[in-house]
Design a protein. Structure first.
Length: 72
């Protein structure tokens, strides 16, 4: 988890950078309810940093330990 404000709002491209995904994939995760989204009055998507970082940690945990360390 970062030292930044967990309530900070991120754009799809900022969330994508943290998750190492494309902005389109982040939007799909939002549409599927996997990544909670806030909408502005104009319909723009924003993501809370805490939600993005939680998903990033979940994705890391799903990687097999041997893949993280480079072991066989």
């Amino acid at each position: 988890m970062s030292d930044r404000n967990p309530e900070e709002l991120l754009t799809p491209s900022e969330a994508a950078h943290i998750l190492s995904l494309s902005s389109d994939t982040v939007r799909l995760l939002s549409d599927k309810g996997i990544l909670p989204t806030l909408r502005t009055m104009s319909g723009r998507r924003l993501f809370r940093r805490v939600d993005v970082e939680r998903l990033a940690e979940e994705r890391l945990r799903k990687v097999q330990p041997s893949e993280r360390t480079g072991s066989v």
